[in-house]
Write a protein that binds this ligand. Sequence first.
Ligand SMILES: [Zn+2]
Length: 243
Amino acid sequence: MKSEKQRKHLVKLAILRRGTHHSEESKKKMSEIKKRLFAEGRLIQWSKGKHFSAEEYPNKGMRGKHHSLKSIQKMSEMHKGLPSYWKRKHRSEETKEKISLKLIGNPAWNKNIRDIHLSPQTEFKKGRHPSTSTEFKKGQIPWNRDKPYLQIRGSKHHNWKGGITPFRIALHNSLEYQRWRKTTFERDNYTCQKCGQRGIKLGVHHIKPFAQFPELRLDINNGITLCKDCHNQTKRGVGLCVV
Ligand SMILES: [Zn+2]
């Protein structure tokens, strides 16, 4: 152990060295000395035998912080060519089911992948300015920025369902709800029951409204498969006549 005097001396030296850099030569020397000491067993790793549990060190590491863009790029460079995090790891069966259920009703990722450039001559090119006089300029402040439309907010909105959002989100994320969705899709053969389209983004619509009929929320007879457009029409108050 170091004596109090020695410790103070080391602190003084460290303060003097602040902001300066070791030369490449002395770095090499230090590393060689350290390597030798490690090999002889005279020096041990500072973290050896120590445990950093979450209870003891609640603020350790990146918890609650975000990496900067630069360090994200650095990490991405480091991990290039390495096997993926999920390789040889296994998700639980429940998680697998949840992921697969969440993805149904979406078009396949490779659908129409070749048709991205339908008409290269007429498609909108990046950097084109069709109307320079009326376009939104960079740095311009939109008139409604930070101005909520208080007159139709919350309970004043015509579509207010009584403040059920947190529960709604929790239910939509539940396995029971996702299973109900899947059963409805299967019954309707993944086809929009209004326009008859397939292979586009689909959703399940509650025939009797979600908010007013809580007991029918997971009733298979109260669900109907609709494509995104048809579903949006029901939201606009057009209504859907389904018997
Ligand atoms: Zn449709």
